[in-house]
Write a protein that binds this ligand. Structure first.
Ligand code: FES
Ligand code: FES
Length: 155
């Protein structure tokens, strides 16, 4: 049995330790905000925070999660920081089809929590692990710049 913290509560699973974290989240816990894009660590659609660091959940076997703290987009949605990001992504047009958005939001949280006032270059670097087919990235960069102003003091 593997036990870890998931969105602030203790969970346990009997799934094999080699099960991908992404599959466990979606199939056992019904947390379908994390998406499978590439399945190879290239697109960031499956991003979650593990101990407050961005990880591709498609690459992590759940055996590595024992005792750790995992936050998915569903847990993050409950935070005031998310409210700011949600508003700024909407305002800037950073959400189009939405497939990349949960992973992008998680990457944004990780970026702003380390660097609340990033430069444009630092923003582009911060989201470089995330692919978006729709926005051309500029609107996402705008959204993050806006969030770093509007959310001043939150990060
Ligand atoms: Fe995990 Fe693309 S699905 S990085
Ligand atoms: Fe469609 Fe990013 S909004 S992939």
């Amino acid at each position: 049995m593997i036990k870890f913290m998931l969105n602030g509560r203790g969970v346990e699973t009997e799934a094999p330790s080699t099960t991908r974290l992404l599959d466990l989240l979606r199939d056992e816990f019904g947390l379908i905000g994390s998406k499978e894009g590439c399945g190879e660590g290239e697109c960031g659609a499956c991003n979650v925070l593990v101990e407050n660091r961005v990880q591709n959940s498609c690459l992590i076997p759940i055996g590595a999660m024992e005792g750790l703290d995992v936050q998915t987009i569903e847990g993050y949605c409950e935070t005031p920081r998310y409210q700011v990001l949600n508003e700024c992504y909407s305002t800037a047009g950073g959400v189009q089809c939405g497939f990349c958005t949960p992973g992008m939001i998680i990457a944004t949280e990780a970026l702003l929590s380390k660097n609340p006032q990033p430069t444009e270059e630092e923003i582009r670097e911060g989201i470089s692990g995330n692919l978006c087919r729709c926005t051309g990235y500029n609107m996402i960069v705008d959204a993050i710049q806006l969030a770093s102003k509007k959310g001043e003091g939150l990060w």
